[in-house]
Ligand binder design. Structure first.
Ligand code: ATP
Length: 304
């Protein structure tokens, strides 16, 4: 039996990063939004006990699938193994991932595939785990995985894995500028630590202005309150992203930030036409490999 699950990418409307913890993680205070850019994971039960994965994309896609592992390092495979162990299943599964979310783009594509794999395998194996059980497995797989099961808008605490609801209204128009090459999350955090080695990094907080903007569904106020503490570190590693951000702002974006640890840049538009204008301005920028218009929020990992 085959089951297909669609899963969105995430963006961080704010990303507050605190001082590195003893376990190497950084405490985060973030507001996630799930956006309309989806990967798909198909799970097909096997007769034997093997777990396999293949990754593919569309012919004209710029997504760098060559760097996505097709073995046990793939986060979708890790998710399937964890669920199988937890539920005591003995059969294997074939996973097929259709990638649309940029790889190492700061949009949590790998975590999204892990969330989708949990939902798809739970259905295909008929293990019947509850949402709460899937959430607890998701938190063991990575900081962003619980949110990608959930979707919508949510506050992320801890290292990002503790999610709580946020009062929000409105549907937002986004433009994403994809970079030519991914950026390692680990390298960006290492640069953040280097830049802050002699500073006292405060505990991170979600800005009140951003929560007020979401409560009111006010795109203009939201644009002004977008923030990302990893900006300086990501720009130190990829100075050309400064050009990308300026081009979108000059085209009238309500706000512009890097997505998570970058290098994807996000631009908020007031409506469809505005988002088309911003996308057009960015499409000729040499620092952009691809430009995509999108909407958010959308739901989390769901059966297709
Ligand atoms: P985040 O925003 O969570 O920090 P990201 O979006 O920047 O992550 P990912 O696309 O999740 O980055 O990929 C990071 C690395 O994880 C890749 O370079 C790849 O080697 C590895 N990886 C493992 N499984 C997957 C997967 N299913 N899809 C993409 N990358 C994967």
């Amino acid at each position: 039996m085959s089951t297909t699950v669609r899963v969105p990418a995430k963006i961080n409307l704010c990303l507050g990063v605190g001082p590195v913890r003893a376990d190497g993680f950084h405490p985060l205070a973030t507001v996630y939004q799930a956006v309309d850019l989806h990967d798909e994971v198909r799970a097909t039960v096997r007769d034997d006990d093997q777990i396999t994965v293949v990754v593919h994309t569309e012919l004209d896609s710029r997504v760098e699938i060559a760097v996505v592992p097709e073995d046990d390092d793939n986060l979708a495979v890790r998710a399937a193994r964890l669920l199988r162990e937890h539920a005591g299943v003995s059969t294997g599964i074939d996973l097929a991932i259709r990638k649309v979310i940029p790889v190492a783009g700061g949009m949590a594509g790998g975590s999204a595939d892990a969330a989708a794999s949990l939902v798809a395998c739970n259905e295909a194996w008929g293990t019947g785990l509850s949402r709460a059980e899937l959430e607890s497995l998701a938190a063991q797989l990575g900081s962003d995985v619980p949110f990608l099961l959930h979707g919508g808008n949510a506050i992320g605490g801890g290292r990002g894995e503790t999610i709580s609801p946020v009062l929000a209204q409105g549907s937002y128009h986004w433009v994403f500028a994809m970079a030519h090459e991914g950026l390692s999350t680990k390298a960006v955090y290492a640069e953040f630590d280097r830049l802050n080695a002699h500073e006292r990094v405060p505990d991170p907080e979600v800005p009140d202005g951003l929560l007020a903007a979401l409560r009111a569904g006010d795109a203009e106020a939201l644009g002004e309150s977008l923030s990302n503490d990893l900006t300086e570190a990501a720009l130190a590693l990829r100075p050309e992203l400064e050009d990308t951000l300026s081009i979108g702002l000059e085209a009238g974006a309500l706000g512009a930030i890097l997505s998570g640890s970058g290098p994807t840049a996000l631009f908020l538009a007031s409506d469809e036409q505005h988002s088309l204008d911003i996308a057009f301005a960015l499409s000729s920028a040499s620092s952009c490999a691809d430009v995509v218009q999108s909407r958010g929020p959308v739901t989390g990992a769901r059966l297709a």
